[in-house]
Write a protein that binds this ligand. Structure first.
Ligand code: GLP
Length: 261
């Protein structure tokens, strides 16, 4: 696990975008795992800029999103389908057929989840998974107590997560209780993980994930077991880390050959 503490969200997003761009240049048919929420918006903007101004080509890239609300149609204003369309897909040249998100209107949810897992396997697995983190440490919609080996499935949101996400809806009552999310086991199989976290509201979750015990009470803590997980943080989200100075020293003093990895 590598902890990269940057001055602000723009700097963190820029570094994360560079890492994704490098992957796409090395492997033009890369499979990306994508996340929603406010956190990755600047990353997506930066990737769109790299596509428009730097010729970063997504024409062979495939994507799988982490999660979707159950009961929301793809064109619902708060659906993750709509979020991804507006914040990323309409700005890059990923072929429509290469884009996958869980279907919030799936009739047979367990069968749909099994198909989603199969589609990920058929695509050769996820090369790089983008993650945000909930204020309680959840990744995707894997709430506290989620099995650390879980697969794509239905989950019930905690009230805290519904309240955190209520800003995307007209009112709290409109936030669905049920979602489909990739499991923690699914996320752990991606070959690399880029987690972004910004703001003081994420500081405890980040500290627990990076320096606490591995526990289903902070699902992101399982990333300590991932061979290639990087956290891109701003100063406030790094505020509760005990070893922040060490992480900064490590990042500043990397051997040149390791600098952009
Ligand atoms: C939701 C999403 C997560 C996201 C989290 C944090 O729960 N399912 O993938 O990481 O919100 O969102 P934000 O980035 O808006 O703080």
């Amino acid at each position: 696990m590598e902890i990269i503490i940057t001055p602000d969200p723009a700097a963190a997003s820029h570094l994360a975008a560079r890492r994704i761009a490098r992957l796409i240049r090395e492997k033009p048919d890369a499979v990306l795992g994508l996340a929603t929420g406010s956190t990755p918006v600047t990353l997506y903007k930066e990737l769109i800029r790299m596509h428009r101004e730097g010729g970063l080509d997504f024409s062979r890239v495939s994507t799988f999103n982490l999660d979707e609300y159950l009961g929301l149609a793809p064109d619902h204003a708060a659906s993750y389908h709509r979020f991804m369309e507006e914040n990323f897909f309409q700005g890059v040249n990923i072929p429509r057929g290469n884009i996958r998100l869980p279907d919030g209107l799936a009739k047979d949810v367990p069968a749909h989840c099994a198909d989603y897992e199969q589609e990920i396997r058929d695509a050769g697995g996820i090369d790089l998974q983008v993650l945000g983190i909930g204020s309680d440490g959840h990744i995707g919609f894997n709430e506290h107590g989620s099995s650390l080996a879980s697969r794509t499935r239905i989950k019930t949101l905690t009230e805290r997560t519904r309240e955190d996400n209520a800003r995307f809806f007209d009112k709290l009552e409109d936030v669905p209780h049920h979602v489909i999310t990739m499991g923690i086991g699914t996320i752990m199989e991606s070959r690399s993980v880029v987690l972004l976290a910004f703001g003081a509201g994420k500081a405890d979750a980040v500290a627990g994930a990076a320096e606490g015990p591995i526990t289903a009470s902070n699902p992101a803590s399982i990333l300590q077991m991932h061979p290639d997980a990087k956290f891109y943080l701003d100063e406030p989200s790094a505020g509760a880390l005990e070893r922040a100075e060490y992480y900064k020293w490590v990042f500043k003093n990397k051997p040149a050959w390791q600098a952009d990895q």
